[in-house]
Design a protein around this ligand. Structure first.
Ligand SMILES: [Zn+2]
Length: 259
């Protein structure tokens, strides 16, 4: 073996070792960073206490939403994720209200044609949030696209609504942080529910049902829990950002009477 070949072999081994070390460090950093982030969100969770949050699982009943390559329906995935999100929020002291808790929509059985039924359904979802005076409205959906390579969760907000944009950006940031997301950005879109709700609102498209890998992931209960946690983290961050820096809960003071 010539000196050149030996040096080349040595260098090749060295480079591979460095690469493996770098990957291990990056993985370790990401793991520590996400643990740190989870603790940060947990510490901030008091900001959602007593907030009324309406969660809207899209579609239901006659309307399956998008249909995956294996025949899975959007309506079933979004109901499951919405229930998980409601559980996390309720445990944090918020009041989470679902627009539907089973496989149905909110239109009357004799509403008429599909378009009329759809408008009645969406209007009732919006009315529920408006009449209850919800603090925020979160609509959960699943995306679809002809190209099966499209992937990743994405949030949408009503154009011109600054608060809805802040909420959507906060949720998008956490989706990008907690999921293996391609770094999508919150985008403005004119959508009936976002336009008609009187409070900050966002549509969360949690992934693409037309991407076979993502379709499989979205059926996994653990992954659904991760998605719900990421949306929750975004909601916490939104409320934390909208509070003045000095607004800490009274329970943080041990001797409030002396202040
Ligand atoms: Zn949908």
């Amino acid at each position: 073996m010539s000196v050149f070949v030996r040096i080349f072999h040595f260098k090749k081994g060295f480079v591979i070792t460095i690469l493996l070390l770098a990957i291990a460090c990056l993985y370790g950093y990401k793991h520590v960073a996400s643990r740190h982030e989870e603790k940060y969100i947990a510490a901030l969770s008091w900001v959602v206490a007593n907030k009324l949050i309406v969660i809207d699982p899209g579609h239901g009943g006659e309307d399956p939403g998008a249909i995956g390559t294996t025949g899975v329906h959007e309506k079933d995935i979004v109901l499951s994720v919405s229930k998980k999100l409601a559980t996390i929020l309720n445990e944090a002291g918020a009041e989470a209200v679902l627009t539907r808790e089973s496989d149905r929509d909110l239109s009357d059985a004799n509403a008429g044609d599909l378009d009329t039924a759809k408008i009645q359904d969406l209007s009732r979802r919006v009315d529920l949030a408006n009449n209850r005076g919800a603090d925020i409205f979160i609509s959960i959906h699943v995306n679809s696209f002809p190209d099966p390579r499209e992937d990743g969760a994405q949030t949408f907000y009503q154009p011109g609504s600054e608060e809805s944009k802040k909420l959507s950006v906060a949720v998008q940031d956490e989706l990008n942080r907690f999921l293996a997301n391609p770094g999508r950005e919150a985008k403005p879109v004119d959508y009936f529910a976002n336009r008609m709700t009187k409070m900050p609102s966002t549509i969360v498209e949690i992934g693409f049902i037309t991407n076979p890998k993502e379709e499989k992931m979205m059926l996994d209960q653990y992954y659904q829990g991760k998605v719900a946690w990421a949306v929750y983290a975004g909601i916490v961050r939104y409320f934390a950002l909208s509070k003045p820096a000095f607004a800490v809960p009274l329970s943080h003071f041990t001797d409030i009477n002396k202040i």
